[in-house]
Design a protein around this ligand. Structure first.
Ligand SMILES: NC(=O)c1ccc[n+]([C@@H]2O[C@H](COP(=O)([O-])OP(=O)(O)OC[C@H]3O[C@@H](n4cnc5c(N)ncnc54)[C@H](O)[C@@H]3O)[C@@H](O)[C@H]2O)c1
Length: 332
């Protein structure tokens, strides 16, 4: 006798990180995968497979979202759909509150009405703001320096309330800088406009951008440029699978985990590594700091390693740059 496959609903499953999790779920073969995406940011990350169902729906449209829930009756939701650019959020905060907070509330309400109570949420290191300690643990105060980070923190707090009052089980995964690509699956990192350092550097090296901008060289960091903890998207995918399993295996919970490699790399270090990998010289210029950018964000991910049994495999940013370079080189 075969047991019924669980149905997993993935909001934003056609985006950069969501598509990598969809790819991992598909490879495991054990799930029905339903994706909700408005395809605003989904250039070539739409994995074509007859086992995957796509719903072109915007999470701000509660009625349409409810129809998807009634149709699919998911066992668990992965929530990736969001606007996710720090500088953009400082220029267009209303869009971020509408998309990430109002859209997020629509999602939780559809789940509540339909009795779906398990969710893994894409949170962010941006919820911490300027770090008070070298490494950031989950207990670090959450004081975002930008609107994007606020919207992510609001959703985390909503999950705490839905846990207490409605019996939701949730895991918020606070990613540091997601990077790298699954070249073999043909999916990779695209954002419009691209504000992330690694794809921007790679696009410049490939002659698709004139110049790379280094935003700020006067931060209180060893070389003055911003320092970030870069986590490979394949390691993120693994953590999502472990978080999902934990929600299926254990009872009521509301947990938060950092996902990073406990090590920071400066923008100048990225440039040096990318030049080595490509054998090319990068054209770049120094610009003013961007509004809302903290000087450094370095994870302490020990809790995820201990409680989820997660071990990141890519511990050098060169891995993330090399796979991004290979991916972009293969896409003309
Ligand atoms: N990229 C990172 O480094 C990073 C770091 C921390 C957290 N996150 C979070 O991870 C998630 C995924 O990020 P990403 O880098 O893959 O971004 P992405 O833009 O590639 O993916 C987001 C997906 O959601 C969809 N979407 C956005 N708004 C929607 C809406 N209203 N209705 C339906 N679909 C919508 C987009 O079309 C896109 O396919 C986001 O929630 C982001 O905040 C990303």
């Amino acid at each position: 006798m075969t047991s019924k496959k669980r149905t997993i609903l993935v909001t934003g499953g056609a985006g950069y990180i969501g598509s990598h999790i969809v790819s991992a779920l598909r490879s495991s073969g054990g799930y029905r995968i339903e994706i909700v995406d408005n395809f605003r940011e989904s250039r070539s990350n739409v994995i074509q497979d007859e086992s995957i169902v796509y719903h072109e729906v915007d999470i701000r449209n509660k009625e349409k979202l409810m129809e998807v829930f009634e149709l699919t009756k998911p066992d668990l939701v992965f929530h990736f759909a969001a606007l996710a650019s720090v500088p953009d959020s400082m220029e267009n905060p209303a869009e971020y509150y509408e998309n990430n907070v109002v859209g997020g509330l629509n999602l939780l309400e559809c789940m509540r009405v339909c009795g779906v109570k398990k969710i893994v949420f894409s949170s962010s290191a941006s919820t911490y703001g300027e770090p008070l300690t070298e490494e950031i643990t989950e207990e670090h105060p959450q004081v975002p320096t930008n609107t994007y980070g606020y919207t992510k923190l609001i959703f985390e707090n909503m999950l705490k309330d839905y846990n207490r009052s409605y019996g939701f089980s949730s895991i918020s995964l606070r990613y540091f800088c997601a990077s790298g690509c699954d070249v073999s699956a043909g999916i990779g990192e695209y954002h419009t406009p691209e504000t992330h350092a690694i794809p921007s550097i790679v696009e410049t090296l490939l002659g698709r951008r004139k110049e790379f901008s280094v935003y700020g060289n006067d931060f209180p960091t060893p070389d003055g440029t911003g320092v970030r903890d870069y986590i490979h998207v394949m390691d993120l995918a693994e953590a999502h699978t472990l978080a999902m399993n934990k929600l299926f295996e254990e009872n009521l919970m509301c947990k938060q985990y950092n996902l990073g490699i406990n090590k920071g790399f400066s923008v100048m270090e990225l440039i040096k590594s990318a030049e080595e990998i490509s054998g090319k010289k990068l054209s770049y210029s120094i610009k003013d700091r961007r509004l809302g950018d903290p000087s450094r964000l370095i994870a302490n991910s020990d809790k995820a390693q201990k409680e989820l049994g997660w071990t990141p495999k890519h511990l050098d940013v060169k891995d993330m740059i090399a796979s991004t370079y290979e991916f972009f080189s293969s896409k003309k």
